[in-house]
Design a protein around this ligand. Structure first.
Ligand SMILES: Nc1nc2c(ncn2[C@@H]2O[C@H](COP(=O)(O)OP(=O)(O)OP(=O)(O)O)[C@@H](O)[C@H]2O)c(=O)[nH]1
Length: 631
């Protein structure tokens, strides 16, 4: 059979002719037939075509690889066994038979006959048919039927060449759907669909266009072009831009709206449409050229959507962005204009933001500070870190004192106030810290402390601090078992200096005396001004042995007595006068008491040392007397 098919294909329509031209045409015709034969062979052997050849009754004689592949039968399963009707949808066979019966006005049975009837009558026949696979599944096929004839022209069988039509069917369905979409868009009130003729004159103006533009279709159809309802300035600008882009002059009218589409370039652009009442709205317009079958442009379709809402939301977004930037600027200004060094840290104490004051406090740049641990910039990092933990647990910390250390070593005492801060969902974001420079306050505090505890004339501890120190020394002596000593010193005949040279000279002497006493004792000992011309010295940790301690105290007392007994040269300069020098001599009377484990109070010790000092005075001044407890 395949040979017959090929032979028929090659020889059947051969023509003959007498003249050369006819010969040439005959050769060409044969060549083309050869080609057709080759094509037929290709089809017959192709796995993409099901080629089924039957005998005159329809019984399958050939079932090629393509048929096997598409239908799932092996050739042996169907050859000489069934007809193509047995693998076709029976309902379609019935429908086809009935349709053909009507068309050809002759009864046609709903079996194999229905499949080949037209071909058997010499009518070219290609139709769609659902084939049923061996596994029962179905697929749409396009079947081309040819009657096979013998040399006498009698039908000896049929060739049914089928192609699987599934892909095309799917494409058709997709197209149908796309068509539905187009219809929906075209009939939608939300899209302005304007179709024009090739010159731009409006031919269709849908409900959406009427709604958006305020014109009735009859107002515009065959009257104006879409350019007449577009912003003229934008048309000019668009024509100008397109002329530059496409390097060809484009007129600022309808041409500017469709030029790209007319050149087959997909075109969607923004344009301001003008309503009948003169109001305007931004539209996004998509332009398509409408073409006839040969591809000539017969018009344009402009589908527009109202872009007002998007524009508004863009504008709102822009305004919101601006407001946000304003707010950020305001917040930043507040942050920067604060007199305190401000910073934020994350919950682990890593700096996340700083102001200029913080940069100044640490001598570090913003970039250096952000990302660094907060504690690194303080003299006591542990205390700094503890402050963050305190804030996290208490949510707030006030007047926590720390000392900031700048890169150059400069230290600044700061009072630290901090709170935690959270996001909108109350999730902890970090700690907000304000560190106030309290250098001045600290200075004032220390001045007040000095005034309270130190003598302003000599700089020595005053009576109050002396009391504290005496209490400490007594406690230490009690603990260690070492004796301490208390010396009460009173200048002899100091008053006359005041009287003769003036109070200021007396002051100079008191200052000099204070210095001499301080130089005469160890740093651990305490020298205080008790008042007037009275000074007190506490000697610490002398000895466990009273005699040795007493001897040591006597030695120091003598040293001091001798130091103070030396001549004084007091220099002073009164305003507008030259420097004056006063030579003076002044001795000191000293009362001493050694103590350890005393049950007595510091007042008792002072009183007894004072008593001993008076004894020295009474004994002639410039002397040392030890207190002897009355027995
Ligand atoms: N220049 C000066 N004089 C003071 C100061 N405080 C007290 N005085 C004077 O110191 C003197 C102390 O007097 P006394 O200790 O009683 O007298 P004295 O002359 O030292 O006599 P004796 O102690 O008995 O040797 C008084 O004249 C006080 O006015 C001071 O801060 N500056």
């Amino acid at each position: 059979m395949p040979t017959e098919i090929c032979d028929r294909a090659i020889v059947a329509p051969a023509a003959s002719g007498a003249d050369a031209a006819e010969n040439i045409s005959e050769v060409r015709s044969q060549e083309s037939l050869l080609k057709t034969g080759a094509l037929q062979n290709a089809i017959f052997n192709s796995a993409n075509f099901s080629s089924i050849a039957t005998d005159a009754n329809g019984v399958i004689q050939i079932f090629n690889v393509g048929a096997e592949r598409m239908l799932g039968y092996a050739a042996a399963e169907v050859m000489n066994k069934i007809t193509p009707a047995d693998i076709s949808d029976p309902h379609e066979l019935v429908a086809r038979a009935s349709a053909l019966s009507i068309e050809l006005e002759t009864p046609i049975a709903p079996g194999f006959e229905a499949l080949v009837f037209k071909a058997s009558r010499g009518i070219e026949d290609i139709y769609e048919l659902t084939y049923i696979r061996k596994d029962g599944s179905r697929f749409p096929a396009v079947v081309s039927v040819t009657a096979l004839r013998d040399a006498q022209g009698s039908i000896i069988g049929y060739l049914l060449i089928g192609t699987d039509n599934t892909a095309r069917k799917q494409a058709e369905e997709a197209l149908l759907k796309a068509g539905a979409l187009q219809n929906a868009i075209f009939n939608s009130a939300n899209f302005s669909s304007i179709a024009t003729d090739a010159t731009g004159v409006i031919q269709i103006f849908n409900v959406g266009a009427e709604r958006m533009l305020g014109y009735a279709a009859t107002d515009v159809i065959n009257k104006i072009t879409p350019a007449d309802i577009s912003d003229p300035q934008e048309l000019i600008a668009r024509a100008h831009a397109l002329s530059a882009e496409l390097e060809t002059p484009i007129a600022p009218g309808f041409e500017a709206l469709v030029f790209k589409a007319s050149r087959g370039i997909e075109d969607i652009y923004e344009l301001t449409y003008i309503r009948k009442d003169g109001s305007r709205f931004p539209a996004v317009v998509s332009v398509t050229a409408l073409r006839d079958a040969p591809g000539g442009i017969i018009g344009y379709l402009l589908i527009g959507t109202d872009n007002t809402a998007r524009r508004q939301s863009e504008a709102e977004q822009k305004e919101l962005g601006q407001r946000l930037r304003d707010h950020q600027f305001y917040t930043r200004s507040l942050f920067e204009s604060n007199i305190d060094a401000l910073m934020t840290t994350d919950p682990s104490g890593i700096i996340t933001d700083v102001n200029k004051q913080m940069e100044a406090l640490t001598s570090c740049s913003r970039d250096e500070l952000i990302g660094a641990p907060f504690k690194n910039h303080f003299t006591d990092p542990e205390r700094a870190e503890a402050s963050i933990k305190l804030v996290l647990s208490k949510k707030k910390v006030t007047n926590y004192e720390l000392t900031a250390r700048a890169r150059d070593g400069r230290e600044t005492p700061v009072s630290y106030n901090a709170t935690t801060f959270h996001d909108r969902d109350r999730r902890l974001q970090g700690v907000f810290v304000a560190a106030r420079d309290i250098t001045e306050r600290k200075k004032a505090e220390s001045q007040i402390l000095n005034l309270a505890l130190y003598d302003s004339l000599t700089g020595l501890p005053n009576r109050r601090l002396l009391n504290d120190r005496l209490v400490q020394t007594m406690a230490a002596s009690k603990r260690s078992g070492h004796y301490g000593a208390l010396m009460f010193m009173d200048l002899d005949n100091f008053k006359p200096l005041n009287d003769t040279q003036g109070h200021h000279v007396g002051d100079l002497l008191l200052i000099e005396v204070a210095q001499r006493i301080s130089r005469g004792v160890r740093a651990v000992d305490v020298v205080a001004r008790f008042g007037g011309d009275e000074f007190v010295v506490i000697l610490n940790e002398l000895d466990e042995d009273k005699i040795k301690a007493t001897a040591h105290a006597a030695q120091v007392a003598e040293k001091l007595r001798a130091l103070l007994d030396k001549p004084y040269v007091l220099k002073f300069k009164q305003e507008g006068k030259t420097e004056t020098t006063v030579a003076h001599h002044c001795s000191t009377s000293i009362g001493v008491i050694v103590f350890r484990n005393h049950e007595e109070t510091q007042d008792d010790l002072l009183k007894w040392a004072d008593t001993a000092m008076y004894q020295a005075k009474e004994a002639g001044r410039n002397l040392i007397r030890f207190y002897q407890a009355k027995t």
